[in-house]
Design a protein around this ligand. Structure first.
Ligand code: URA
Length: 260
């Protein structure tokens, strides 16, 4: 007679890659979390963690720089009307004001998705959802971004055509873009500009490459999100529809990765 094994109680612990856990906790995007791990700043149960380590969110104690990290925080999604004179990185070596100074601390660990220059104003999304941040900052993410720019001169038809077809920025030719003059006087004009890329200072560099100084720049829309009449310096939570729209980009990203 085979011996009876009796009843065993098996506890299955769900393990998760440390960088995924950190991004889910809203600490940073997955890529940034990998850097933090490589810098030796992350411990699991008191031991410095290596990249690739797996953790159980239920039973392991994870900390960054000695500060405990929990992965069960509620995700928040905000839109800020960033004023000029604020930086979008979360810390600044020159101690300039950051966009986080405009958001109450009760919104745990939110950080900006993408960036707007110090001297650019307008629509900025902030969240503590690392997966969404990763999808929206991926180079393949091509949501339309709409800006209003005040230019120091009225562009010629030829310059407008060049802008639309692609501008050479030191060897990188920009993708087709939109530009439409919405207001003009003798020496300046306001233009509505639409781009699908997010290169550093792209709108300013495109205009300057064609010989036009940008006097003022404001982002008014990104995908289906509109700044509307949100006052300068104010923020609001995104609606469920807006969050759903943004999360649609996460799906697109995984489809693209599957296709290679
Ligand atoms: N293009 C710019 O030149 N600056 C921004 O902040 C955003 C887009």
């Amino acid at each position: 007679m085979p011996k009876s094994r009796g009843t065993r109680c098996i506890t299955i612990l769900m393990m998760e890659r440390l960088q995924k856990f950190l991004s889910r906790a809203g600490v940073a995007s997955r890529r940034k979390a990998e850097e933090i791990i490589l810098q030796g700043r992350v411990t699991v149960n008191g031991q410095t963690a290596a990249l690739g380590a797996k953790v159980s969110p239920e039973s392991d104690a994870v900390a960054i720089d000695g500060k405990a990290v929990k992965a069960d925080i509620k995700h928040v999604y905000l839109m800020l009307h960033k004023p000029e004179g604020y930086i979008t990185t979360t810390k600044d070596q020159f101690n300039r004001p950051t966009v986080l100074d405009l958001i109450p601390d009760s919104y745990e660990r939110v950080y900006p998705i993408g960036r707007l220059d110090f001297d650019t104003s307008g629509l900025l999304i902030l969240t503590n959802d690392g997966n969404l941040t990763q999808a929206l900052t991926h180079p393949s993410h091509q949501a339309e971004k709409v800006y209003i720019a005040k230019l120091g001169a009225v562009p010629t038809e030829e310059a407008l055509e060049k802008f639309r077809k692609g501008v050479d920025l030191n060897g990188y030719v920009t993708a087709p873009a939109g530009i439409q003059i919405v207001k003009r006087d003798e020496s300046t004009c306001s233009a509505k500009i639409t781009i699908h890329e997010g290169k550093n200072r792209q709108v300013r560099r495109m205009c300057e490459a064609l010989g036009y100084t940008v006097l003022f720049l404001k982002r008014v829309a990104e995908g289906k999100l509109y700044l509307g009449d949100l006052p300068r310096g104010a923020y609001r939570e995104l609606t469920q529809d807006e969050v759903k729209h943004l999360k649609g980009y996460e799906g697109q990203k995984s489809e693209r990765s599957k296709k290679g």
